[in-house]
Structure formats: structure tokens, C-alpha cells
Design a protein around this ligand. Structure first.
Ligand code: CA
Ligand code: CA
Length: 456
């Protein structure tokens, strides 16, 4: 039965072996061949985080829903079907959820579009009434309360019920290759659960219809939004791999300004907070976003001491304003990433890595493309208590000591030693030179095939 399909499969298998053999010959790694062939035999949906692949490989590792029985392997293409497949986040039955095509989170159970006005209907909320009620000129600098804030809360609850997808323990959510899989306007919330894999998804346009005015946020006050595209809160053993994050198609530059501050409808792209721990963020594309990745939500977050251990490797970041990431408290390994500070869609980099609240960051063998509007000293940020160790970083093709440049220009010095040595470093390349070209075709959603190899 030599059907064309069978023939193609065997050709691909042969090619995999050849590549593996070449890799083994070049690197002298005998064990590598066995490991690569073993993983190639398992389809994308059932794959687990490889051994030693970042902090999520620590201890019991990260297997997601790979142990799911056949009754718990779902393919979904609507919001309602995704909700149903996820079930209650307290249900830890292993499950694999394959998303086929693009799911719009702002739709009803019949698949019909739901607008911000639809959520507000019947709650008494209107933006004009909210602005009138909490104008700092008359309301002052206290937190909003009363009729319009209660109405905002009610409208917010209606949107949240639609767009917030709560993920249980032992779950894999994966995009079906070739289907442009993803979620528009959604919030994957991974809260107080363990062992979750999120792969091959386009996650875009996560927007809060009802930003809250906080006059106490900073000296000027700020509009804050509630939803990250992916939010990890008290989550452990999470692998986020080959996803694409973006605000597209509605960028902050096209947004409104009220009370002198941007009416911010976006929160984080991938935030890791509330004592989350053992996370690997790998081969994602982050683009066109402001507050991209928070690791730890507060300088005084005692719940996170000894946690917030995160590995971030082989990701591409372009058109990002800040928090790339903003790291607090934890042991964070940032390696083989490509940061491009060139302004994009109105997003211009204020800084990339912020290490504060005693964060223990090791940043090594990363590549920065520095645009002419930026200086090397602006690539880091900190509060004088955070560390950034690590060598082999490159800026515009030249080996560069980012910490030395930062410390020469700032009074609150970055510390250069850390209290740990990374051990889960699978795939670490000790040369950053070729990352811009290598990562261009191997990161983000859409490059993985059904066998989990990259298409190119
Ligand atoms: Ca904020
Ligand atoms: Ca957030």
C-alpha cells in the first residue's frame, strides 16, 4: 500500500535521521540522536517538553495533556467548543485541545459577534458617563466608586465570561498546523494549576472593553486593562512554545486619550505572576505590544519569593515598548533571543530587560538589533537591587557588555552576580551571531508541522 502519503512520510523520516546524524557528527553528541528520533515519532499534540529545556523541565517536567485518553482529545473551532473542551479549571483530567482555525473570543454561543456595546447594554455603563463621574478636576485622586464604577464592573463581568478561558492542570492547547490557528481577543488564564502546554497559536487583539481609571497609578494616573493574552497566576510547569503575540489589528497609537493618559485597552502579552514557577517560554514571536511580559506583579510580592523561575529562549521581540521582560524576585534565564528595537506600528522600545526587586537574571548569547533612536545604555532598566549576569550578548553584530553600558549611565547600578547557575539549558547556542536569520523562520505560530518539526 505505497500511497503517496505513505511515501512522503517515509521520505520525511529519512530526512530527519540525516539531519540528526549531521548534528551528532558536528556536535559529537551520541545521546542526541536517540532523543530526537524518539520525539519525532510523537505527533505535535502529544509532545512533551524535552528534557532540560528550561525551568519547566525541572523536577517532574512538563507533559501537559499528553496522557489524555481518546475521549479527552478535542478539536475545536469556536469559542463555545473551546469553553466546553476546557471544562472546569478544577478538573485535572489530562486533555488535549487542538484549535483548528481562528476563534473569535468576542462571539456568543451561536458564533455571532458580540461588541463592547453589547456587553454594556443593560448595565447602565457608558464611557461618557464614566468620564464625567471620575474627572480628576471634580472627583479628585481617589479610586472610582459608586454607580458608574459598579456599572463598569457589571459590563466587564459580561465580557470576561466570554473571553476568559480558564485552563486546568494537565492540559495541552495546540494549534492545528496549516489552519492559521489561534484566538482573537481572548485571555487564556492559567491560575493555580500545574502542567500546561500552549503551542502553535496566534494570540492577538486581547482587548478590555472597559478599562478602569486609577488616579493613584503613578503621578499622572493611568487607564488599566484586565486581560493578558496568556496570564499565568500561581501556575507551575508551563511551556509556551511557538506562539505569536500581537495587538494587531488595533494598535495603541490609534487609541484615545482621556484625562491626559492613553486609554489603554491592552494589558500583558504573557504575564507570569502571583508565585508562578517553573516556566519555559520558547520560540515565540512577540510583536506590536506595549507591556509585554511581567514576571512578578509587585516589588513586595512575598508569595513569589523562591518562585518565578522562568527560562526565556529563542524568542523574537519586535515592536515592543517595555517589559521584555520585566523581571522581579525570581531566577530568570534569558538566552538566544533576538530583540529588535526598530519602532513598529507606533511601538518604540523604552527598554528591553528590566531586573528589579532582587531579580536574579542571567542574560546570555542574545542578539539586539539597536535602532538609531536608541543607545545601548537604554536596553536595560532596574531599581538598583536586580542583577543581570551572563556573557556573549551581541548588539548590531558586535559583542557588547550591556550592563557596563547601563551602569556607566545610571546611578542605580545593576548588580552583576547572581545566586544560581542555569542547568536546564537544552539548545543553548554559544554564538548569537546568526540568531536574527535563524529565528526568522523558526519562531512563532505556523512553522510547526504535525510531527513537531519546523516546516523550513
Ligand atoms: Ca498598569
Ligand atoms: Ca497582566
Amino acid at each position: 500500500m505505497a500511497s503517496p502519503t505513505t511515501h512522503r512520510r517515509s521520505t520525511r523520516r529519512r530526512r530527519t535521521v540525516l539531519i540528526s546524524a549531521a548534528t551528532v557528527a558536528a556536535a559529537g553528541l551520541g545521546a542526541g540522536l536517540l532523543a530526537m528520533n524518539a520525539s519525532a515519532a510523537v505527533d505535535l499534540s502529544h509532545q512533551v517538553l524535552p528534557a532540560k529545556d528550561g525551568w519547566a523541565a525541572d523536577g517532574s517536567g512538563t507533559t501537559g495533556g499528553s496522557k489524555a485518553d481518546s475521549a479527552h482529545v478535542f478539536t475545536v473551532s469556536t469559542r463555545a467548543a473551546l469553553m466546553k473542551a476546557l471544562g472546569a479549571d478544577t478538573d485535572s483530567t489530562p486533555k488535549i485541545i487542538q484549535i483548528s482555525g481562528t476563534i473569535d473570543a468576542n462571539t456568543n454561543d451561536a458564533g455571532k459577534k458580540v461588541t463592547c456595546a453589547d456587553y454594556a447594554a443593560g448595565t447602565g455603563y457608558s464611557l461618557s458617563a464614566y468620564l464625567k463621574a471620575y474627572d480628576p478636576a471634580t472627583w479628585g485622586k481617589k479610586l472610582p466608586s459608586g454607580t458608574q464604577e459598579q456599572a463598569r464592573d457589571a459590563a466587564k463581568a459580561k465580557q470576561q465570561k466570554n473571553i476568559q478561558f480558564r485552563v486546568g492542570s494537565n492540559t495541552t492547547i495546540v494549534g492545528v498546523p496549516g489552519s492559521n490557528a489561534g484566538i482573537i481577543g481572548g485571555n487564556l488564564l492559567v491560575q493555580d494549576v500545574n502542567n500546561v502546554i500552549i503551542r502553535n497559536l496566534n494570540l492577538s487583539a486581547t482587548e478590555d472593553c472597559f478599562p478602569q481609571w486609577d488616579p493613584t497609578d503613578g503621578s499622572t494616573g493611568n487607564w488599566n486593562s484586565a486581560y493578558d493574552s496568556v496570564g499565568l497566576r500561581g501556575a507551575t510547569h508551563v511551556w509556551a512554545d511557538h506562539n505569536t503575540f500581537s495587538d494587531a489589528p488595533a494598535f495603541d497609537s490609534g487609541g484615545k486619550t482621556y484625562f491626559g493618559r492613553p486609554y489603554q485597552v491592552h494589558d500583558g502579552a504573557l504575564d507570569i505572576t502571583k508565585g508562578s514557577d517553573l516556566v519555559t517560554v520558547e520560540r515565540n514571536l512577540f510583536s506590536s505590544h506595549d507591556k509585554t511580559m511581567l514576571i512578578g506583579a509587585s516589588d513586595t510580592d512575598t508569595d513569589s519569593v523562591g518562585k518565578l523561575r522562568v527560562s526565556i529562549h529563542h524568542n523574537v521581540w519586535k515592536g515592543i515598548t517595555q517589559r521584555v521582560p520585566l523581571a522581579r524576585i525570581g531566577q530568570v534565564h534569558i538566552y538566544n533571543n533576538y530583540f529588535d528595537t526598530t519602532p513598529l506600528n507606533g511601538y518604540a522600545a523604552k527598554y528591553t530587560i528590566d531586573s528589579r526587586a532582587k531579580a536574579q537574571v542571567v542574560a546570555e548569547h542574545n542578539y539586539w538589533k539597536l535602532s538609531s533612536d536608541r543607545k545601548v545604555a537604554q536596553l536595560l532598566s532596574g531599581d538598583g537591587t536586580g542583577s543581570v549576569a551572563g556573557a556573549g550578548n551581541v548588539v548590531n553584530g558586535t559583542a557588547t557588555d550591556l550592563v557596563a553600558a547601563y551602569n556607566a549611565a545610571n546611578s542605580k547600578k545593576m548588580k552583576t552576580t547572581v545566586n544560581w547557575t542555569p542547568v536546564n539549558t537544552a539548545g543553548l547556542q554559544t554564538s548569537a551571531a546568526k540568531l536574527p536569520t535563524e529565528l526568522a523562520s523558526s519562531t512563532g505560530a505556523g512553522v510547526l508541522t504535525a510531527s513537531g518539526t519546523t516546516a523550513k
